[in-house]
Design a protein around this ligand. Sequence first.
Ligand code: NI
Length: 164
Amino acid sequence: MLEVVTIPADVLYKKAEPVPEIDDAVVELADQMVDAMHAAKGIGLAGPQVGRSLRLFVVHLTDDEPRLFINPEIIGTSIETAKMEEGCLSIPGLYADVVRPRAVEVQAYNRRGRPFTLTAEGLLARGIQHELDHLNGVLFLDHLSQRKRDRLLKNYDPALFAEV
Ligand code: NI
């Protein structure tokens, strides 16, 4: 099982590299990420969160299949925004309301190396934006004011939330 890394691991603050080729190893990594996401009861997981600085992530909402996005790019965002509470497997136990575009259009490659475009709203749009941020070294906390972030991180220790 892949291990999910938590803050302040360096890999979480770094821009990830494009996946150079969508081969069996990448598909295997994606499948292992889905397993790790399920084990951690998360709804999304990005390459850097398993220590792989590569541009891919998986999202799995209830009543949906796991979705894989390789070398994703957001090509459109709604002007309308929405506020939603977010958490992150790499920052266990911390939650905060984050404002983001309500809908996005994303382009990415699937496990067969084929490009696809998807328009998403609601929780899926939220998950895609959160996970894509991870590929750029950005955490949901970075969307908060410095003051709010400092308050949340004061005395925060991810080890306190480690599974036993
Ligand atoms: Ni996250």
